[in-house]
Design a protein around this ligand. Structure first.
Ligand SMILES: C[S@@+](CC[C@H](N)C(=O)[O-])C[C@H]1O[C@@H](n2cnc3c(N)ncnc32)[C@H](O)[C@@H]1O
Length: 481
């Protein structure tokens, strides 16, 4: 089996799998899927794919057999250790300060695979607080859709591959040699008991009660197998289980593609993560809140008339400064009054549109109307085109977003941001060659020091130039979807 003549048409099964799990089959995986399904069908004495599809519809165990086969469980202990360090050293103390005594810090490893991630968190906490205190003060849960991975996690037996970045001191403190597996190690019971493992599908909401009210969610290296729609659905599900002030951590290369305006991006000790802000008031004041320093403004507002003490340009500059450093609400008020006084002053419209697009998903219609008004006054206004693309991207209207970003790069070939957004959309569409090309252009422009040419006056991106270049380079290496 597996050659093109005998390969079955698995498209209906693939559709079912995307629908149920979000997982997409890459074309090169199809022969293996076909082989595997053929084996499963024979094992269950099912004659053809239609009958098998009916079986999958009524028997969750049969569906689970296919899912277990498809998942990619690649993981190891202390993956991206800097994030684990920030968790233990910075996030946990911050969370503990707001807990009453006896209240546990609740942590979820979403897509925990065979358990290396949640065990790493438990070990890192035990190093800091001793295992007994971890048991009293923390609740750690691990969830994965793959039943076999969860069984393995519960057993806690690992081979060499899981320890590829592991400190030998920790190995002897937290693992024992395993008699059942040559060269294998088994995690000590006091650490194993700290984690509550369960099988679960992150796409299915609402989550069970014991997975709610989380202070920290690690959701790393899971979304890379999903398209943008599934990514957003799971991100929304996870944001709902976070307590106010709770943190959501993705791997460094995934973080940027999750800025869906559902949670706020913040920086802690040089790393970027999402936080569920407590309220609008404290949102602006939240420690570590990221706003890039106001970059060079494009386009430049017209110069002030000599006899005007507070020109449009001055008022605009004040609004921009307020948005970037203090309160968004205050900035919007200033812009409303400026727009009312000077309806033809384009930068006020685009600045307001940018604040709404980046910081208030509920008001993107308003952002769009402002951009349309700006384009009616100046059809070549690159900032308005770029913002129209960002609005379309938030709505997941990919054709419209592509049209807008292409219009930007047509006028400004050196606008790395439009290239970067185009790359992300092409990648989500599975157009990997185009995605790689655009990531390449964005990376090269940034490497040449063109970061300030992003074309937006208000650009609250939480990433440094180096991180965006890194993200581009990493994405060039891998095909998504
Ligand atoms: C590559 S592993 C990542 C493991 C770990 N988080 C890490 O960073 O090392 C991805 C895991 O996500 C799980 N997964 C994929 N889709 C899922 C879904 N819809 N619900 C729960 N888990 C899912 C897979 O079964 C797999 O074990």
């Amino acid at each position: 089996m597996g050659d093109s003549e005998t390969m079955m048409d698995t498209s209906s099964l693939e559709t079912l799998l995307v629908d149920k799990t979000g997982l997409r089959i890459k074309p090169e995986m199809r022969p293996r899927l076909s082989d595997h399904v053929d084996k499963l069908m024979r094992r269950r004495a099912v004659k053809d794919l239609n009958a098998y599809m009916r079986l999958l519809g009524r028997d969750p165990n049969a569906l689970q057999e296919v899912i277990d086969y498809l998942t990619v469980n690649e993981t190891y202990f202390f993956r991206e250790p800097a994030q684990i360090g920030v968790f233990v050293q910075t996030l946990v103390p911050e969370i503990m300060r707001r807990k009453s005594s006896g209240e546990k810090v609740r942590v979820l490893s979403a897509g925990c695979a065979t358990g290396e991630e949640p065990y790493s968190l438990a070990i890192a906490l035990a190093e800091q607080y001793k295992a007994t205190r971890v048991r009293d003060r923390f609740h750690l849960a691990g969830v994965d859709i793959d039943r076999m991975a969860i069984e393995k996690a519960r057993k806690g037996i690992y081979g060499q591959g899981s320890f590829r970045r592991f400190d030998s001191g920790l190995l002897s403190r937290y693992f024992d040699p395993c008699r059942d597996r040559v060269g294998g190690r088994i995690i000590r019971p006091e650490i194993r008991r700290l984690i509550d493992f369960r099988r679960g599908n992150l796409l299915e909401a609402p989550y069970p009660d014991d997975l709610k009210d989380m202070d920290v969610v690690f959701y790393r290296n899971v979304s890379i197998y999903f398209d943008a729609v599934v990514r957003k659905r799971i991100f929304r599900n996870l944001s709902k289980v976070l307590l106010p002030g709770g943190f959501l951590i993705l791997s460094a290369t995934e973080t940027l593609s999750h800025d869906f305006h559902l949670l706020d991006l913040v920086e802690r000790d040089g790393l970027f993560l999402y936080v569920k802000t407590r309220s609008e008031g404290s949102r602006e004041a939240a420690a570590g809140r990221i706003f890039s320093p106001p970059p060079p403004i494009a386009p430049k507002p017209p110069a002030a008339p000599p006899d005007s003490p507070r020109s449009n340009a001055d008022r605009y500059a004040e609004a921009l400064e307020t948005a970037a450093t203090r309160s968004r609400g205050d900035a919007l008020k200033r812009l409303d009054s400026l727009i009312a006084d000077a309806p033809d002053f384009i930068p006020a419209k685009t600045l307001k549109a940018a604040i709404l697009a980046y910081r208030d998903a509920a008001r993107i219609d308003e952002a769009e109307t402002l951009c349309e008004a700006a384009l009616a006054l100046d059809p070549w206004c690159v900032e308005a085109q770029l913002l129209m693309g960002i609005v379309a991207k938030i709505r997941d209207d990919r054709p419209e977003a592509i049209k807008r970003f292409k219009a930007v790069v047509y006028n400004r070939t050196d606008n790395w941001l439009a290239h970067f957004y185009l790359a992300g959309i092409y990648q989500a569409e599975g157009q990997n060659d185009r995605a790689r090309r655009e990531y390449g252009i964005a990376a090269r422009l940034l490497e040449k020091g063109r970061f300030p040419d992003h074309g937006l006056a208000f650009f609250p991106l939480a990433f440094s130039e180096e991180q965006i270049i890194y993200s581009c380079r990493e994405n060039i290496k891998r095909d998504v979807r």
